[in-house]
Write a protein that binds this ligand. Structure first.
Ligand code: SF4
Ligand code: SF4
Length: 457
């Protein structure tokens, strides 16, 4: 007899051979190969009396003390993090105007750009929150419309926010989502000086397909401009290419990987990932051509294997790791801010009038109905999620769905989780064989540890 029980978050990945199994623990973020002895003990932990095996399994979080309740811990941790000052997370749209007119864009909403007056009020609003709070960091994502149409606002606000954070001794993180048309050298230098760490640019296929879907208002060739901008500026800013995939451009996946990484020589210079076009907003014209998350996971499996085959590098691939909550939108200190200073909780809701939760000019009324819907969102209401072995990785998925009455939607990356882990194992074997620098790998006696990341909470 011992004092241990099995973790609820052990995910069996594969049986590798007669006496070796691959197990991932989503609570502890551990990923190990177990021999038959350890596997038997894990399956019959209540009668195991081998101290070495118990210590091995417990060191990887595969077994836990009987009086430790992982689920309670996850749910309480989520609540603590939702309501405390940790990071002030802001998504700011300095411009809701756009130089493109893409058919699948949901932003058929109020247009306009941020005035100097709103910009100044916004800085005062942020300064007031930071000075009166107990924050450790400020995270700003520039969004739109097309944010680079108002790069002067980005520059002026960054030049005030960066010193504010330095004075208050808090960290500053910043990123931008742009269509890449205006990502020329001059603007890239400005973004670098504004301490923007990541630039997300969308490319939906090779020239013909991309230009069909990403229409310039001036009818020009957006693809060539974007590619040239990426090539000319990826030496000074981190560019991550997102490719939105639906049934119309599915054939572009292989072509785009080859074009960017091989033909254009951008391997190791940019990031690349594929994402599903979703039909969650009324403005989407593409709902018949969208894949469900489950369908998309098959595509993602294919794309990630293809990226791995071409690059032999895991840095392009998602690693399933534990998170505190599904999305900051359900937390107190998270706001999406439009060009008029209106506040929202979710990127999907920007410039939708009845989704406004406040304005930078008003005192926040935290009990207004829309804000209450997000802040009172309770993961523990969902029995399916509470029993799910992927809960620490997913935390209920994007809350937009349950909050708007569509129920929790398991994320495509959860469906692809095992596949990603198989790729990590494949890579581990390759590195082991070639005596490659085993970076994040710790090999110990006992379970063969593939990856053990520090807990993110
Ligand atoms: S709630 Fe969902 S759609 Fe809205 S910002 Fe969060 S992840 Fe995105
Ligand atoms: S949304 Fe799906 S994958 Fe995520 S915790 Fe709930 S049941 Fe699990």
């Amino acid at each position: 007899m011992n004092n241990y029980k099995s973790s609820n978050y052990n995910i069996f990945i594969d049986k590798l051979s007669e006496n070796k199994s691959l197990i991932f623990n989503s609570y502890f973020d551990s990923y190990v190969v177990l021999d038959e002895q350890h596997m038997d003990a894990l399956n019959n932990i209540s009668i195991c009396d081998d101290e070495k095996i118990i210590a091995d399994l417990s060191s990887q979080g595969l077994i836990i003390k009987k009086d430790f309740y992982e689920l309670n811990n996850i749910l309480i941790n989520e609540r603590i993090n939702k309501y405390r000052d940790g990071t002030l997370i802001l998504t700011i749209a300095p411009s809701m105007e756009c130089n493109m007119d893409c058919p699948y864009c949901y932003e058929s909403r109020k247009r306009g750009v941020m005035s100097l007056e709103t910009e100044e009020k916004l800085f005062n609003w942020i300064e007031n929150i930071i000075k009166n709070g107990n924050f450790k960091s400020l995270s700003v994502t520039w969004y739109g419309g097309e944010p680079l149409l108002k790069i002067d606002t980005i520059e002026r606000l960054s030049n005030k926010l960066i010193p504010l954070c330095a004075d208050e001794k808090i960290n500053y993180f910043s990123s931008i989502v742009t269509n890449g048309i205006l990502l020329n050298r001059e603007n890239s230098v400005i973004l670098k000086n504004c301490k923007i760490q990541f630039v997300q640019v969308t490319i939906d296929g090779l020239k013909d397909e991309h230009n069909k879907r990403r229409l310039l208002k001036s009818n020009g060739d957006s693809f060539t401009t974007i590619i040239n901008n990426i090539k000319e500026n990826c030496d000074i800013i981190n560019i991550n290419v997102r490719s939105n995939i639906d049934k119309e451009n599915i054939d572009e996946i292989d072509k785009l990987i080859d074009y960017l990484f091989i033909e254009q020589g951008l391997m190791n210079k940019i990031g690349l990932y594929f994402a599903p076009v979703t039909d969650i907003t009324k403005g989407c014209l593409f709902s018949d051509t969208c894949y469900s998350f489950k369908e998309f996971s098959e595509i993602e499996n294919y794309a990630s294997q293809r990226i791995y085959d071409v690059t032999r590098d895991m840095k392009y691939l998602f690693y399933p790791s534990r998170r505190v909550m599904s999305c900051g939108a359900v937390s107190l200190n998270y706001f999406v801010i439009d060009h008029m200073g209106n506040l929202y909780k979710c990127w999907n809701n920007i410039c939708v009038e009845d989704k406004i939760v406040g304005n930078i000019n008003d005192k926040m009324n935290f009990i207004n109905e829309e804000n209450y819907k997000w802040l009172s969102y309770n993961l523990s209401d969902n029995d399916k999620c509470k029993e799910c072995e992927y809960l620490p990785l997913c935390m209920g998925g994007c809350p937009y769905f349950p909050i708007n009455g569509f129920g929790n939607q398991c994320d495509h990356r959860i469906y692809s989780c095992k596949n990603y882990l198989r790729l990590y194992y494949q890579n581990y074997l390759r590195q082991k064989e070639s005596n490659y620098n085993l970076n994040r790998l710790i090999t110990e006696e006992g379970p063969e540890t593939i990856i053990k990341l520090p807990l993110s909470v």
